[in-house]
Structures are given as structure tokens and as C-alpha cells.
Design a protein around this ligand. Structure first.
Ligand code: ZN
Ligand code: ZN
Length: 180
């Protein structure tokens, strides 16, 4: 199969974002699972289960709330960025950590809104860490506004959205936060 061009990836990102908001989404996911090699589906399911467990453990430990939603409830700025990172990685254009996780061998991986198109494995989360209190750490990934910081009464809500084996980290200001 030919590798898509970057322009095709951009178009596919928008098309998939539309699809996640359409009634055909569930049928599409079922069809995609039927078409993919069974071993790949199994690996992806295992990696997804691992992410979900890890997710819940972290949330329980820190007293965060965790929930299962699907992409239809996340705002387009989140879905578009997440899908773009995923597709770029699948096409082989993305950056990865030194362990070079591959999309065709699903394992739990992480990405962040502030490091576009970078995918790292579980051992390399430090590559996505932001310095506490730095301007980037106080920047909303939705509107790009730099908040004053929690000590001034306005901070960033860090959140993680998972899609399959990918954990995607981002920060949203009070106005861009889409959950209660
Ligand atoms: Zn790594
Ligand atoms: Zn914002």
C-alpha cells in the first residue's frame, strides 16, 4: 500500500473527524475490525485494555475522575489533533521516542497536544513532560491562551483522552473545558 502524502493525511483527519460525529461511526469501527488481520485486532485490544487499566489506577491513586466517553463528545480541536497525530504516526511521518513504537505492532503509547506528531512508549513519558509553571504549562491547547496560573485563580485543567492504545494529554482553560 502506498504511503499517503501529508496533504492526504490532513484531508483524512478532517474526514475521520466528521465520521466520528456521524451515525455511521459504529458501523465503520465494526467494518474496520473485520477488515484488519485478527492478530492486529487482538494486539490493539490488549494494548487498549492495558491503557484503560493504567488510566483507572492513576485516577484512583490521585483522586481524579475517570470516565469512558467516545470521540463524539470531545470538541473538534481535540479530535482533529489526536487523529492527526495517530494518522501521521501510522503513515510513518511522525516522530517517536528512541524505542520507535510502531502502529502495526500496537502497544500502549502516549502523545501530547504540545508535542505535535510525537509518539512515545511507556518508558519515555519524560519526553512529554512540561516544566511546572512554565508558560507552555499554563497554555490552553484549545484557544492558545496563556493563563496566569492557579495561584492567580485561573489555571489549566490537565486531561487525558485515550483512543485505542494511545493516551493523548492536553490542557484546557476553564472556557475550553468540555466536561463538568
Ligand atoms: Zn521509548
Ligand atoms: Zn482555552
Amino acid at each position: 500500500m502506498r504511503t499517503p502524502t501529508r496533504t492526504q493525511i490532513d484531508r483524512l483527519t478532517v474526514a475521520l473527524d466528521d465520521l466520528t460525529r456521524s451515525d455511521d461511526y459504529d458501523a465503520f469501527i465494526r467494518a474496520a475490525r473485520d477488515l484488519a488481520p485478527i492478530s492486529l485486532v487482538d494486539q490493539a485490544d490488549a494494548a487498549t485494555a492495558q491503557i484503560r487499566c493504567g488510566f483507572k489506577a492513576i485516577a484512583d491513586r490521585h483522586g481524579y475522575r475517570s470516565g469512558t466517553t467516545n470521540l463524539t463528545t470531545t470538541p473538534p480541536w481535540v479530535t482533529l489533533a489526536l487523529l492527526h497525530t495517530l494518522l501521521t504516526w501510522h503513515a510513518g511521518y511522525g516522530r517517536t521516542c528512541m524505542h520507535a513504537p510502531r502502529a502495526d505492532r500496537p502497544m500502549p503509547v502516549s502523545a501530547a497536544a504540545w508535542e505535535p506528531d510525537l509518539i512515545v512508549c511507556g518508558q519515555c513519558l519524560h519526553l512529554l513532560r512540561l516544566r511546572d509553571g512554565s508558560a507552555r504549562d499554563r497554555t490552553c491547547d484549545g484557544c492558545g491562551r496563556i493563563t496566569e496560573g492557579v495561584e492567580h485563580g485561573e489555571g489549566i485543567y490537565p486531561t487525558v483522552v485515550s483512543l485505542g492504545p494511545v493516551m493523548y494529554m492536553l490542557g484546557a482553560c476553564d472556557a475550553c473545558r468540555w466536561w463538568d
